[in-house]
Each structure stands twice: as structure tokens, then as C-alpha cells.
Design a binder for this molecule. Structure first.
Ligand SMILES: [Zn+2]
Length: 166
């Protein structure tokens, strides 16, 4: 579990951390926008400040970097230097991610996660199409007729979620 990045590569990798508008996130946002989806960005009122929020369908999307969020994939390698520091740090991030997802789901949100490694040139198209399919399923479910005795859990015509640009 160690990598062989040069300091330059490492720096480039680290410098992306904490950036809100990462390239993978922009890819997802542009795709969704072109598909006609509208959303808010980085809603601080929700656990984990989800990258993309669709209030109408009570859905959030996290676009996660594989290193920072400790994805169990071939893109994730602990650095050879300060390995223990990074292991702890990434473990904490994973724990926090799990907690945030749990809180969101408990509050009735659909939580979708797209990983950086699913957005390479080779994998991008399939990933984005799958995302659209998932969203379609969620939306159909939301607009299923429900028994009149039950109050609707969502608000149709909530325009507050239509504000963001891609
Ligand atoms: Zn990954």
C-alpha cells in the first residue's frame, strides 16, 4: 500500500484537496446540466456539505477524490512518507463520510457517490449514464401517486433548488 509518486506529482495531487470545483465535479455538473437537471452546490446546511444537491428529489451527489476519501480502488495509495499520518487522516475522512451519509439517509435523502476513478476518459460515459438512470428512478419514485391520507414528503414547484449555474 505505498506509491511511487514524485514530489511534483504528489504536490499536484494534494493541491486539489479542499478545492470545491474539482475537475471531476465539473464533469458531473456539466453532464447533469446538459441533461436538464438543476441543482444547488455545496449546501452547507446538510451533513458533509454535499457537492450537488437536488432539493426537489431529496437527492445529494458527492463527487469524491479517491485519495482524500480513501476509495478502495487501484487509484488509492498511501504515500511512502508520513504513512501513519496519512493513514489516520484518510481513516478519519472515511469515518466522517460514512457518518454524513448515514445522517443524510436517516433524514430521508437519497445519497449518490461518484468516484474520481469512475470519471476517467475510459469510464466517464458509462458512469454518467448510470447516474442519469439512477436519478430517473429516484424522480419516478418521487412522483408516484401516493395515498391521499399521507402527507407528501416533498414539495412540487420548490424553485429554491433551481438557482445554481453548472
Ligand atoms: Zn477510486
Amino acid at each position: 500500500m505505498a506509491d511511487h509518486m514524485t514530489p511534483q506529482q504528489r504536490h499536484r495531487c494534494m493541491s486539489r484537496i479542499g478545492s470545491k470545483d474539482t475537475q471531476p465535479e465539473l464533469l458531473v455538473r456539466r453532464w447533469l446540466w446538459r441533461q436538464g437537471f438543476r441543482y444547488r452546490l455545496h449546501d452547507k446546511r446538510l451533513p458533509g456539505t454535499p457537492d450537488i444537491v437536488m432539493h426537489q428529489f431529496r437527492t445529494v451527489i458527492f463527487v469524491n477524490g479517491c485519495f482524500w476519501h480513501g476509495h478502495d480502488c487501484e487509484h488509492f495509495r498511501l504515500p511512502t512518507t508520513n504513512t501513519e499520518f496519512w493513514r489516520k487522516k484518510i481513516d478519519n475522512n472515511r469515518r466522517r463520510d460514512r457518518l454524513n451519509r448515514g445522517m443524510l439517509k436517516y433524514a430521508g435523502w437519497h445519497v449518490l457517490t461518484v468516484w474520481e476513478c469512475q470519471l476517467t476518459k475510459a469510464t466517464r460515459q458509462a458512469t454518467l449514464q448510470q447516474l442519469s438512470a439512477q436519478l430517473s428512478t429516484i424522480i419516478l419514485d418521487h412522483f408516484q401517486p401516493r395515498p391521499a391520507t399521507k402527507p407528501s414528503p416533498y414539495t412540487i414547484g420548490d424553485t429554491t433548488s433551481l438557482a445554481a449555474e453548472p
